[in-house]
Write a protein that binds this ligand. Structure first.
Ligand code: SF4
Length: 427
């Protein structure tokens, strides 16, 4: 295992370039996706007197504006890699073009160190693309690779051509994300706690953050204030996996301070909220603080899937949470709810029941197509049927796995669930 923490502790007076790679996938939507870990590292290195810069290949490919500070990202159809050759869908490069990336690199001062981050395991082709181009421009500069893919597929990540790979959680002080490196950012990002105390069998949170740890409220408020002081920033997204756990001691205090000092900002929770925590008080805090996007992690209504989901929510708790949110002021359409589909052992009928249940309460379904994530208990089950998942991360793609490889659901069934999820209820 490699760990760059001691290198970063000693680094000063160096020029450091951070790169967030483009995304190569069938689809990509900006759910307030910014490279939070890389931005924390860059800020830490700046405070240690290094000269930092950033090329975010996704942001640099922004196209038309969407709601709440997000953008549609430009895409170019590219040749499908071999594992996807039989999938009847186009495959795209989302983000900056090669020419624009090369232009940016050609204008950059030669860095002493390049840090490249990574997201989903099956996005590694964009990472490889970046490493290859960055090395062509700066052959003598060490390139270090970190991020989620590097931690979940360390052996695979070692093959991409970087000079070092951060294969375990990296602990550097989270001072604040260096959001000012962006030109006119319209949203900021934050996290109030690392990890999650639960153990859902399909989730890699424990691997990425072995301990659930809350940050101090003042620290979080300082970093939100810093980002909100950038005149273009009107929205902040929370990246927490467990925002509402211990809410009385943490989240409520945070909300009080946000209301007092930062009431002009809109807040969003793209990661699922723990539904059982949403009692009347919690729903009021969410609404009155200005949380505009809330996503509820229902996942399923079937007992065996609820069990694999740490028994984190049962139907009656979801019904109550929806009532509380409506009472607090949210509309039905605001109550977006994750329903998992394509899990090992899950039938179409089971997913259908969950979708129907959410719709019967008037809430909005967000289908989450299952993708097998390495180092999770459920991944092991999937590899018994498809051992190739271990070797080739491209097979872990949710579109590829859930839509075309999973023995649990057919493409037609999946499409009918998507259609049903989108359908409005008769009024
Ligand atoms: S509650 Fe969410 S973050 Fe926590 S283990 Fe389950 S899926 Fe992962």
């Amino acid at each position: 295992m490699s760990d760059f923490a001691s290198l970063f502790d000693k680094l000063n007076n160096k020029r450091v370039l951070g790169i967030n790679p483009p995304v190569f996938d069938f689809a990509f939507f900006d759910f307030w996706a910014k490279p939070l870990g890389l931005l924390y590292i860059l800020e830490y290195l700046r405070q240690r007197k290094n000269d930092i810069s950033l090329i975010d290949c996704v942001y640099e490919g922004r196209d038309k504006p969407k709601t709440f500070g997000r953008y549609k990202i430009k895409k170019m159809a590219i040749e499908k890699p071999l594992p996807y050759k039989d999938i009847p869908r186009n495959f795209y490069h989302f983000g900056i073009t090669k020419e624009a990336f090369e232009d940016k690199l050609s204008k950059a001062e030669p860095p002493d160190l390049i840090l490249i981050t990574s997201g989903m395991t099956y996005w590694y082709l964009g990472v490889k693309w970046c490493i290859h181009i960055a090395k062509k421009f700066f052959p003598k500069t060490p390139v270090l690779l970190g991020g989620i893919y590097a931690q979940l597929c360390p052996d695979h990540a070692e093959t991409l051509g970087a000079d070092g790979v951060q294969t375990k959680p990296l602990y550097v002080p989270c001072i604040r994300p260096a959001l000012d490196l962006y030109e006119n950012p319209e949203y900021g990002i934050t996290i109030t706690s690392m990890g999650c105390p639960l153990h859902c069998k399909y989730c890699a949170s424990k691997r990425l953050w072995p301990y659930h740890k809350k940050r101090s409220i003042d620290e979080v408020i300082n970093e939100i204030s810093f980002q909100a002081s950038i005149p273009t920033v009107k929205d902040i997204a929370f990246y927490d996996d467990a925002l509402l756990v211990d809410k009385e001691e943490h989240f409520y205090w945070l909300c009080k301070k946000l209301k007092e000092n930062l009431s002009n900002i809109r807040y969003h929770t793209p990661n699922g909220l723990h539904v059982r925590e949403i009692d009347e008080t919690c729903a009021r805090y969410l609404y009155q603080t200005g949380f505009k996007t809330i996503r509820l992690s229902l996942e399923s209504t079937e007992p065996f899937i609820q069990k694999t989901s740490s028994d984190k929510v049962h139907k009656h708790q979801y019904v109550k949470a929806v009532e509380n949110l409506l009472e607090a002021g949210y509309l039905h359409k605001d109550i977006e709810t994750y329903v998992l589909v394509g899990l090992p052992g899950q039938t179409y009928e089971s997913a259908l029941e969950a979708v129907t249940f959410v719709k019967s309460l008037g809430a909005t379904v967000k289908l989450a197509e299952y993708s097998p994530i390495p180092n999770t208990p459920m991944f092991k089950e999937c590899t018994k049927l498809l051992p190739i998942l271990e070797e080739e991360p491209l097979y872990q793609n949710n579109t590829a796995y859930c839509g075309y490889m999973s023995p649990n659901i057919t493409q037609t069934e999946l499409q009918s669930l998507k259609d049903l999820a989108k359908k409005s209820l008769p009024s």
